[in-house]
Design a protein around this ligand. Structure first.
Ligand SMILES: Nc1ncnc2c1ncn2[C@@H]1O[C@H](COP(=O)(O)OP(=O)(O)O)[C@@H](O)[C@H]1O
Ligand SMILES: [Mg+2]
Length: 560
C-alpha cells in the first residue's frame, strides 16, 4: 500500500468513526427529546382529563368514566382511555397497569412511562388517579386520600422509533458524503504535500545513484521534507566536491606518472649518453694523440728544412700541417671536455664529503652552459671573492644545485638579459635558530633579470614537479632536488623576487660544520695540493681514457 493510500485510509476511518459516534449521540438525544415531549404531553392531557372529571361522584363514576373512554375512542384521541379501577374494584390484571396504578396511588398524581413490548411497537402508558370531593379537600399525599377511580391513558410510541430512524436516514448519507469528501481531500493534500515531494526526492536519489550530482531539489520548503531536501542537496554537494577532488587527484597522479616516465626516460638517455661518451673516449684519444704527434713531427721537419734560411712556419706545406694538426688536437680536446662533462653529469654517485671550492663550481657550471648563455645573448657577471669560500660537502651535488639555479635563470631570460653569479662568505644565523650565535656561511647567489616569480608561486616552486614551463621544458624537479641537497648540507635557500621583476636565489652553506649528518665520510683523500674540482673526480675510472681533461684546461677554454 502506498503512503498516500495508507494515510488516506487512516484519516478517513478516523473521520468516519468520529462522525458515526457523533451521529449516534445525536440520535440518542433526539430520541430522549421525543420521549420527554411525549411524557410532557401525557401529563398535560392527564391534567385536562382530571379537570374535566373531578370531583368524581362515586355513584355515577362507572357510567361516566366508561362514557369518557368511549368518547375518546370515538374521537380517535391521541391517548386511548380505559378504566383501570373504580373504588376497590380492579378492572385489569395487566402487570404493567398494576405497577403504574400502585405508583400513582402512592405518588398521589398521574404516573406514566414507556413500555417495551416483545410483540409490536413500544407504547406509553399513564395511570391517572381521580378523586371525589372529600379526597380533594384533603391536602395532597394525606394518608386518608385515596383515588376514587384510576383511568389508564395509553399511546402507541412506535412513532418515536420511526422519527429517530428518519433522522438517521437524513444524517447518515450526509455523513457518508463528508467522509468521501474528507477522503478525497486528504488524498489530494497528501499527494501535494508529501507524495509528490517524496517522488521528486526519490528521482533525485535515483539520479545520484546513476551518477548525476547536479540535482538540486525542493530547496524552497521549510518543513521536514525541506530539511531532508536541504540535507540531500548538501550531500550531493559534498559528493560533487569529493568527486571533483578525486578527479583532480587522479589527474594529478596521471600527470605525476607522465613526469615520472619522462624522468625515467631522461635517466635512460643519460645512461646511453654516458655509454656513448665512454665508447668515444678511446677513438678521440687516438685522434688527439695522432694529431699532436703530427704537429710535432711537422714542426721538427720544418725546423730542419729551414736551418739555412730564416725559419718561417707561416709558409710552406709543413706550416700548414702544423696549423691543421693543432686545430684538430684543440677541437678533440674540446669534444673530450664536453663528453667528460656529460659523463660527470649523468653518472650517479653516492655522496662524498670533501671541501668544495664554490668558485670552481661556478666556473664549471658556467662553462658547461656557455653555449646556451651565448646563444640567448645573456650577459654574465661573475663576482667570486678573491678567496672564494670553500665548504664541506659533495662536489657533484653542489654542482647540481649551481647548475639548476643557473639553468632556471637562463630559462627565465629567453630574450636575453643579465645573469649574475656570486659567491661570498657571510656571517648569518640560520632561520629558526634566533638565539644561536651567528656562524660563517658561504653564499652562492644566482640572480637574473627575467620576469621574476609570481607571489602565488613562491610557496610552491620547491615542491617536486611544480613547474610553469611547457611540456618537455621543465620537470619541476630542479628546485626540489636542490632544496634537498642544500638541506643535507645543513644549509638553506632564500629567494627574492621583487615586483619590479628579476629573481635572486641565495644558497647558504655552512663553511665549517665539523661533521655533516647523513653523509658517509670517505678516507681523507682531498690532499692539500690537489685542486678541489679534480679531487671530486678522483673516484672516476672513466677519466683515465680522456687526454688533457683537467680543470685548468677547461678554465682556459672557458675564457675564450
Ligand atoms: N629564476 C627564475 N625566474 C622565474 N621563475 C623561476 C626561476 N627559477 C625557478 N622558477 C620557477 O620555479 C619553477 C620550478 O623550478 P624547477 O624546480 O627548477 O623546475 P623546472 O625548471 O623544471 O620548471 C619553474 O617552473 C619556474 O616557474
Ligand atoms: Mg629547473
Amino acid at each position: 500500500m502506498t503512503l498516500g493510500t495508507r494515510v488516506t485510509v487512516v484519516v478517513t476511518l478516523l473521520v468516519a468513526a468520529v462522525l458515526a459516534g457523533s451521529g449516534y449521540a445525536a440520535l440518542k438525544v433526539r430520541r430522549a427529546n421525543l420521549e420527554a415531549d411525549l411524557d410532557r404531553e401525557a401529563h398535560e392531557i392527564a391534567t385536562a382529563l382530571r379537570a374535566g372529571i373531578e370531583p368524581l361522584d362515586p355513584s355515577k363514576a362507572e357510567e361516566m368514566l366508561l362514557a369518557r373512554a368511549r368518547a375518546a375512542r370515538k374521537h380517535d384521541e391521541l391517548f386511548g382511555l380505559e378504566v383501570l379501577s373504580i373504588g376497590s374494584e380492579q378492572r385489569t390484571d395487566d402487570d404493567a397497569w398494576l405497577l403504574l396504578m400502585r405508583a400513582a396511588d402512592i405518588q398521589d398524581a398521574p404516573v406514566g412511562r414507556l413500555f417495551d413490548s416483545s410483540s409490536g411497537p413500544r407504547s406509553y402508558a399513564m395511570a391517572v388517579p381521580l378523586f371525589d370531593v372529600t379526597a380533594l379537600e384533603l391536602p395532597p399525599r394525606h394518608p386518608a386520600r385515596h383515588p376514587t377511580a384510576i383511568m389508564g391513558m395509553r399511546r402507541d410510541a412506535g412513532y418515536i422509533d420511526a422519527e429517530v430512524a428518519a433522522t438517521a436516514r437524513r444524517i447518515y448519507p450526509l455523513f457518508l458524503l463528508v467522509v468521501i469528501g474528507v477522503a478525497i481531500g486528504v488524498r489530494f493534500a497528501i499527494e501535494q504535500i508529501v507524495v509528490r515531494p517524496l517522488r521528486r526526492l526519490l528521482e533525485g536519489i535515483d539520479a545520484v545513484g546513476k551518477g548525476d550530482l547536479s540535482r538540486v531539489i525542493l530547496a524552497e520548503r521549510d518543513d521536514e521534507i525541506g530539511t531532508i531536501a536541504g540535507r540531500f542537496n548538501a550531500m550531493t554537494g559534498s559528493l560533487r566536491e569529493a568527486r571533483e577532488e578525486t578527479e583532480r587527484v587522479a589527474g594529478a597522479r596521471l600527470g605525476l606518472e607522465a613526469r615520472l616516465r619522462q624522468s625515467e626516460k631522461l635517466a635512460t638517455i643519460g645512461q646511453m649518453a654516458a655509454e656513448i661518451a665512454h665508447e668515444l673516449g678511446t677513438p678521440l684519444n687516438v685522434i688527439g694523440g695522432r694529431a699532436r704527434a703530427m704537429a710535432k713531427r711537422a714542426e721538427k721537419a720544418a725546423r730542419r728544412a729551414a736551418e739555412e734560411p730564416p725559419p718561417d712556419r707561416g709558409t710552406g706545406a709543413a706550416a700548414d700541417v702544423v696549423k691543421n694538426a693543432t686545430i684538430i688536437g684543440d677541437e678533440v680536446s674540446r669534444i673530450t671536455k664536453i663528453i667528460r662533462q656529460v659523463l660527470d653529469f649523468s653518472r650517479p654517485r653516492g655522496p662524498t664529503v670533501t671541501r668544495v671550492h664554490l668558485g670552481a663550481v661556478v666556473a664549471e657550471a658556467l662553462e658547461f652552459l656557455r653555449e646556451t648563455i651565448h646563444r640567448q645573448g645573456i650577459e654574465v657577471e661573475v663576482q667570486t671573492m678573491p678567496a672564494p669560500p670553500e665548504v664541506p660537502g659533495d662536489p657533484d651535488q653542489i654542482q647540481q644545485v649551481c647548475l639548476n639555479l643557473i639553468m632556471n635563470a637562463i630559462h627565465a631570460m629567453p630574450e636575453g638579459g643579465t645573469l649574475r653569479v656570486a659567491t661570498e662568505p657571510v656571517l648569518r644565523r640560520k632561520g629558526g635558530l634566533d638565539l644561536a650565535p651567528p656562524a660563517e656561511y658561504a653564499a652562492l647567489i644566482v640572480a637574473d633579470s627575467g620576469p621574476g616569480i609570481p607571489a602565488a608561486d613562491r610557496e610552491k616552486i620547491f615542491e617536486p614537479f611544480f613547474t610553469t614551463k611547457d611540456e618537455g621544458q621543465g620537470t619541476g624537479l630542479g628546485l626540489a632536488v636542490s632544496h634537498g641537497i642544500v638541506k643535507d648540507h645543513d644549509g638553506w635557500i632564500e629567494v627574492d623576487s621583487p615586483a619590479t621583476g628579476g629573481a635572486e636565489f641565495r644558497v647558504y652553506l655552512p663553511i665549517d660544520t665539523g661533521t655533516l649528518a647523513g653523509f658517509p665520510h670517505p678516507p681523507a683523500t682531498d690532499g692539500a695540493g690537489q685542486s678541489p674540482a679534480s679531487s671530486t673526480r678522483s673516484t672516476s675510472t672513466v677519466d683515465a681514457s680522456f687526454p688533457g681533461s683537467d680543470l685548468a684546461e677547461m678554465r682556459s677554454i672557458g675564457k675564450d
